[in-house]
Write a protein that binds this ligand. Structure first.
Ligand code: SIN
Length: 479
């Protein structure tokens, strides 16, 4: 590997591709240009699909043990380059360095998990009722996969999609976010070094719309896996209808974080900070609506204010002591101001923060808002930034009603020491994931995904590889 010169070219059929037409990539902490990527479109996406379609017959027939060895080598190379990959990730994504190192480990864990799992994609023999027939089921890779990944996890969302696809025997065309493409290209360089054959893993950088449209419209692409907003997920689903592609959609959340009066409050505060301020509030599973039982509201608030005041904001890409970096761009900074202003105009109280920080990049103060009501935009939008929105509730029924009163259904959290109540809440929260007395639950070995408008499909876990596999029923006449 070129040892971290930033790669600024796309990857098609094993070749690094450049173009005169470029997009700049900006460090969100300084607003300065880090480099640029080729702004590719329809033609290059079709070339990448050609390459992936041509590579599919051989890769899909490569023995799983060989695919597993290549993926394990990729995993090892990723970990060997952990600090360089983390530095790159913090530079383009604004993430705190320690968190970036955590993301590299998180990303590598998907590669290892699916490398191990691809040798266990077992079929079935179904006991036959007919003495003249035998019934078998085999599992085969779906074909060429289009993966579209977001900027908030520039490394781990790529491995979470591409590792199971490659493990299953699919070939991939990846469109990484144009805001954070360098982490993807560095991963691709390591994939080539690990021995992933040409055409099996392709990366097309550039304009989201033309690349996305081409992936959705081409009948050779048999599956799209997307992480991003519900609005874009709906558009992709409509675009994939004519070619009846399989889809995995990991879309927006609006996570309730419910704290009952019998909870361990210190633990709840600590976990709330971990959840809400992960990647400076920019994850789909961040606690979005903090529901606190009325009897402990003031005590909880005061503990929370003390903890939030200690958080250090700054140039996360170069200062190890910084916990919160910038937001990704001006649009997200503007959104924080809009949400706070709208809430204040409608009667909210700003207990802490509430303004942009004059530090050169897209920084916003860690903020706490109370006196909120359902008419405020912050109550129904996914915040995606460092704002804590607190709401009091009286009873368990009321907490559940507020928590479920949203179209979103990704992550939810509940804190109580009352075991029967914990069970009731875990079963009745209408979400794909429930953190029970914990604010962090993502890892490679459990199923990540949502219900309702948060999408469908599961990533990670033993279920993750099924998204890239189709069943074939074989009926054998033995008469
Ligand atoms: C996301 O925000 O989309 C992913 C978060 C996670 O993997 O925990």
């Amino acid at each position: 590997m070129q040892h971290f010169q930033v790669i600024q070219t796309a990857l098609i059929n094993g070749e690094w591709i450049d173009s005169k037409n470029k997009l700049d990539v900006i460090n969100p902490a300084t607003k300065q240009k880090i480099g640029s990527i080729p702004n590719l479109g329809v033609k290059e996406t079709q070339q990448a699909i050609d390459a992936a379609a041509e590579a599919f017959p051989i890769w899909s027939k490569t023995p799983p043990a060989t695919r597993a060895n290549i993926l394990l080598k990729w995993h090892n190379l990723i970990l060997q380059h952990k600090s360089q990959l983390a530095a790159l990730l913090s530079m383009e994504g604004g993430k705190a360095l320690e968190e970036s190192r955590g993301e590299i480990e998180y990303g590598a864990a998907f590669v290892r998990w699916f490398a191990e799992g691809c040798r266990r994609v077992d079929g079935d023999i179904i006991p036959s009722d007919n003495p003249e027939k035998r019934y078998l089921v085999i599992k085969q890779p779906v074909g060429v996969v289009g993966a579209i990944t977001p900027w908030n996890f520039p490394n781990a969302m790529i491995t979470r999609k591409c590792a199971p696809a490659l493990a299953a025997g699919c070939t991939v065309v990846l469109k990484p976010s144009e805001l954070t493409p360098f982490s993807a290209l560095a991963l691709a360089e390591l994939a080539l070094e690990a021995g992933i054959p040409k055409g099996v893993f392709n990366i097309v950088t550039g304009d989201a719309e033309s690349i996305g449209n081409t992936l959705c419209e081409d009948p050779r692409v048999r599956k799209i896996s997307f992480t991003g907003s519900t609005r874009v997920g709906q558009l992709l689903m409509a675009q994939c209808a004519p070619t009846l592609k399989r889809l995995s959609l990991e879309l927006g959340g609006n996570a309730p974080f419910i704290v009952f009066e019998d909870a361990n409050l210190d633990k709840a505060v600590k976990d709330l900070i971990a959840s809400r301020f992960r990647n400076n509030g920019q994850t789909c599973v961040c606690a979005n609506r903090i529901l606190v039982q009325e009897s402990i509201f003031e005590t909880f608030l005061s503990k929370l204010v003390d903890a939030v005041k200690k958080l250090k904001v700054g140039l996360a890409f170069k200062d190890e002591s910084v916990q919160l970096g910038p937001l990704i761009n001006q649009e997200h900074l503007d959104k924080m101001q809009r949400l706070v202003q709208d809430a204040l105009d409608k009667g909210a109280e700003c207990v802490l923060g509430g303004k942009p920080l004059d530090m050169g990049g897209y920084f916003f103060e860690p903020t706490i808002l109370t006196q909120l009501n359902p008419t405020m935009q912050i109550s129904f939008e996914e915040i995606f930034g460092p704002i804590l929105a607190l709401y009091p509730f009286r009873t368990e029924e009321e907490a559940l009603q507020i928590a479920n009163a949203t179209h979103a259904g990704l992550a939810s959290y509940v804190f109580t020491e009352n075991m029967p109540r914990l069970w009731r809440m875990m079963e009745n929260l209408e979400y794909g994931m429930v953190g029970a007395n914990t604010g962090s639950m993502s890892n490679a070995i459990t199923p990540f995904g949502g219900v309702k408008h948060s999408g469908f499909g599961r990533e990670g876990s033993k279920y993750g590889i099924d998204e890239y596999i189709q069943l074939k029923y074989l009926c054998l006449d033995v008469s």
